[in-house]
Design a protein around this ligand. Structure first.
Ligand code: 9WN
Length: 423
């Protein structure tokens, strides 16, 4: 390992330590001083390299925030969280600790399988308890977020997709009636330049959806049908599909056969759902608008998650690899969050173009699993080059590699240790 790589490895460990709050991590200091669902699941992969018990506790604590209905929320407001907006007073959820009222991409089961396979000892009863909670969460997805027509997963807020400011959500965002919002102060802009964050138009709508849902007392079943924002998301569909495969494997090891059979059914539905997101016009998997019943017209980084999700029909893979090679010729670093040839591409703005390392990991792993080793290696090398050039940022400009958003970022450091250094 070269000196620079050795030095970066040390920095990655330091970042994980800085953002460690004892039994959970924050994504970064300042900008995000709270526990986030999929950030924590990725963080565990990083802690695994220094302290197995700490890695395990990150996942276990996340599942302890489960709602009575089975949802594991997107934010858990633990510790000092004054600096984050919108806080508990906006979400209006009477739980301890307070949480947000939506969920996030379910990477948890996949992270759990990784820990089970790599930890020396884990106490079986505790693993089984966590497995049962995750199983309930996956059932919750199928009951409350399944788009019956396609068999794929809907999101009720752009934040639920984890890819908040995606061009794909424009159609859904335009439908949102603006409610009378009290004046509010954005805290994110105290840490990151406005040009790298969503605009006021988006924030007003993010808050209007929350108000609508809180007025409905977060009745999740109803929200899955009547939220003012509803879009079918290939990202969360692929991540849930893969997570179901990993969950099924773990359920079988622990002889939870009834649950495992139920998950097989979910896998079948979601496979169909993924195939239904095939957009014949642009020959790619894309997001879908369930209200206007049409596909969006752009390719996002989630369009490359078929192999990761375990659905890679030959015609889909061929077209996907063509898009991969075309996009590679447009940027210096893969994978931009949005197609650089799309008119709405923005190289610096949050989810409208920049590269996220944890998405690179999902794409890279999937490609490696289907034998696309060269392209998998490109994903890893580009990720390494980004960290070498700009450190452990939240996201990166795909054209010049400049680091953007929050700095000293947990999941970037975790994914660096877990995948960039050890494919
Ligand atoms: C809102 C923490 C989170 C990630 C999301 C990312 C961003 C939050 C924000 O940061 O979202 O959920 O305030 O911008 O989009 O994926 O989990 O890293």
């Amino acid at each position: 390992m070269s000196n620079t790589t050795e030095h970066l490895k040390k920095s990655a460990f330091e970042i994980l330590k800085q953002n460690d709050r004892g039994e959970y991590s924050v994504p970064t200091r300042g900008l995000y001083p709270v526990q986030f669902n999929w950030d924590s699941a990725f963080a565990a992969l990083g802690y695994l390299w220094s302290n197995q018990n700490r890695a395990w506790r990150e996942l276990e604590l996340l599942t302890e925030a489960q709602w009575p209905d089975g949802m594991i929320p997107h934010i858990i407001f633990r510790g000092e969280h004054e600096g984050y907006f919108p806080g508990p007073a906006v979400w209006r959820i009477p739980s301890t600790p307070p949480t947000s009222g939506i969920t996030q991409p379910p990477f948890l089961a996949t992270a759990l399988r990784h820990l089970v396979e790599n930890c020396d000892t884990l106490e079986t009863p505790r693993v089984v308890a966590v497995l049962k909670r995750i199983h309930r969460w996956h059932c919750w997805f199928m009951e409350n977020r399944l788009d019956d027509n396609s068999g794929a997963i809907r999101v009720v807020h752009p934040w639920e997709s984890g890819r908040d400011n995606l061009v794909d959500w424009n159609q859904g965002m335009l439908r949102i009636p603006l409610t009378d919002l009290e004046e509010y102060q954005r805290r994110d802009l105290e840490h990151v330049k406005a040009a790298q964050r969503p605009g006021k138009m988006e924030y007003d709508r993010y808050l209007s959806i929350i108000k609508f849902c809180a007025d409905l007392q977060w009745d999740q079943k109803a929200l899955g049908k009547v939220s003012p924002f509803l879009m079918v998301d290939p990202g969360i569909t692929a991540i849930l599909l893969r997570a179901n495969r990993d969950l099924k494997y773990l359920l079988e090891i622990h002889q939870l056969i009834k649950e495992s059979e139920q998950i097989s059914g979910f896998i079948g539905t979601l496979e169909k759902g993924w195939r239904n997101l095939w957009n014949p016009k642009i020959k790619a998997i894309t997001a879908y608008d369930p209200i206007e019943q049409k596909w969006v017209d752009g390719i996002s980084s989630a369009s490359f998650l078929g192999p990761y999700a375990g659905v890679h029909d030959a015609f889909m893979t061929t077209a996907t690899l063509e898009h991969f090679d075309r996009i590679r010729n447009q940027v210096k670093y893969l994978m931009p969050s949005y197609d650089p040839e799309h008119p709405s591409f923005e190289a610096d703005r949050y989810w409208r173009g920049p590269v996220w390392l944890m998405i690179n990991r999902l794409i890279g792993k999937g490609f490696a699993e289907i034998g696309e080793t060269e392209r998998a290696e490109i994903m890893r090398q580009d990720s390494l080059a980004l960290v070498q050039q700009s450190g452990f940022c939240e996201y990166y400009n795909p054209l010049n590699g400049v680091g953007l958003g929050g700095k000293s970022f947990t999941w970037t450091a975790a994914v660096f240790l877990d995948w960039v250094l050890a494919l």
